[in-house]
Write a protein that binds this ligand. Structure first.
Ligand code: ADP
Ligand code: MG
Length: 248
């Protein structure tokens, strides 16, 4: 088991409030690791500290063998960790295929300004098409992003995040705002990515979390109170007291 992401002693204060309170946990290469906890527990703060959107007041983030605590977002993306919808937004007038091709183009170091002619290159369109197929949008490649359904736009964001070449995908509530069928589609997609891409998933939908996660870390008041398999987490009395409640 190789540890891909090592979070150690992260502290993040907002005035008198401590959103990350000596937060430590590991994500192992290849796993789908879920981060759960009540509203305001500090899940989004943790994702922000890991992705580089936020700086910790104390603590370290190590990724793929290197300390990335001081690195800006772009350098972390280059190192192989990407938050969905982070480095690039979906361009509504461009097709799903063009949006993904753009990510491959930026990755290849081309200027954003000249993207249109370059995005017509097969070297960009072929991997973009393959990525869309992998994410279940193969049949929607030529649809402008603005005409995609809400769930399809989420899928497109995911395809774009993967197109950065991410070894670690950071997802903060990818099911939020989706209907039942769309949530199920997203769950199926994430299940299909399991084992190929390491994923750190923040999600409220406990059915999805317990169906997908190899391991779960439970956050309460900015601290990890438990990490373990779904079975171990379900059976953990401290977790039940703090969070899952009697019905879990
Ligand atoms: P979660 O994602 O688990 O719901 P958050 O990480 O968004 O929790 O927030 C953790 C705590 O930090 C909450 O009490 C929230 O109000 C607070 N918080 C988050 N971001 C900020 C901010 N930019 N300024 C002030 N307080 C914040
Ligand atoms: Mg949040």
């Amino acid at each position: 088991m190789t540890v891909l992401l090592e979070v150690r002693g992260l502290v993040r204060r907002f005035g008198g409030l401590i959103a990350a309170n000596n937060l430590s946990f590991d994500v192992v290469e290849g796993e789908l690791h879920a981060l759960i906890g009540p509203n305001g527990a500090g899940k989004s703060t943790a994702i922000g500290l890991i992705s580089g959107e936020q700086r910790p007041d104390a603590g370290r983030v190590r990724f793929d063998g290197a300390d990335v605590t001081a690195l800006p977002i772009a350098a972390r993306v280059k190192a192989g960790m990407t938050r969905s919808f982070q480095i690039t937004s979906v361009l509504p007038d461009f097709t799903a295929l063009e949006n993904v091709a753009l990510v491959y183009q930026v990755r290849a170091g081309h200027s954003f300004r000249f993207w249109r002619p370059a995005a017509g290159e097969r070297a960009l369109l072929e991997p973009a098409g393959a990525m869309l197929a992998r994410i279940g949008l193969g049949g929607r490649a030529d649809v402008p992003a603005r005409d995609l359904a809400h769930g399809e736009q989420r899928q497109l964001e995911l395809a774009m995040a993967l197109a950065t070449g991410a070894k670690l995908l950071l997802l903060d509530e990818p099911m939020a705002g989706l209907g039942t069928a769309e949530s199920q589609a997203m769950t199926d997609i994430l299940a299909g990515l399991k084992g190929h891409t390491t994923i750190l998933l923040v999600e409220h939908d406990m059915d999805a979390v317990f169906a997908l996660a190899d391991r779960i870390t439970v956050l309460v008041y900015g601290q990890a109170i438990a990490s373990g398999t779904p079975k171990a987490i379900r059976g953990d009395p401290a977790v039940r007291d703090a969070y899952l409640g009697e019905d879990a």
